[in-house]
Design a binder for this molecule. Structure first.
Ligand code: 4BW
Length: 147
């Protein structure tokens, strides 16, 4: 046997790079903007997934969407935080992939999206694929991959 050669492939399962759902900060439909603001602030992330019943992926909520929605003409209407629900404000256009999707598609989507939501065949949220984990894998491939 010759010397050991490390091999890194771009033909890798999305699941192997994904942050599993139980480690992702999320909010659910029905939650108030106040609750979402709390989760965003305490987690430190700028945008997080919104899930519906049975963990179905519904959208994304961000600090800027929340602040924009309570910005009145003359002042910030803080009382709206406890009245409005995340589904009224969330962005329904969310980048997503199925868990059996290709790494290459994930790389392509990550050009325009900081993270991609991963869903199973029933549309149930299973985790996220971050730009960081995609870049780290591309870096590993460029360093060690056999071309
Ligand atoms: O709290 C943090 N912990 C760590 N380890 N890194 C963080 C944290 N907050 C920000 N970062 C770093 C990451 O490198 O800043 C980047 C941009 O964060 P963001 O977008 O604007 O909050 C992070 O890059 P990333 O890991 O490639 O993540 C991309 C985006 O994915 C984040 C956030 O919107 C989402 N995200 C990542 N991990 C998450 C998450 N959302 C919910 N729960 C998680 N565990």
């Amino acid at each position: 046997m010759g010397k050991m050669v490390k091999s890194v492939s771009l033909d890798i399962a999305i699941k192997d790079l994904m942050i599993p759902g139980n480690k992702v900060a999320i909010v659910q439909e029905g939650n108030t903007l106040e609750h979402a603001l709390l989760v965003l602030t305490k987690s430190g992330y700028s945008a997080i997934p919104v899930l519906g019943r049975e963990y179905k992926l519904k959208g994304l909520i961000s600090m800027s969407l929340i602040l924009d929605s309570i910005l009145g003409i003359e002042k910030i209407e803080y009382d709206k935080l406890g009245e409005r629900k995340v589904e009224e404000v969330m962005n329904k256009k969310v980048a997503w992939m199925k868990e059996d999707g290709s790494f290459f598609r994930g790389l392509e989507l990550s050009i325009n999206h900081p993270f991609l939501c991963i869903v199973d065949e029933d549309g149930v949220f299973v985790g996220i694929l971050t730009r960081k984990s995609i870049l780290a894998h591309v870096h590993k491939y460029l360093k060690y991959g056999i071309k």
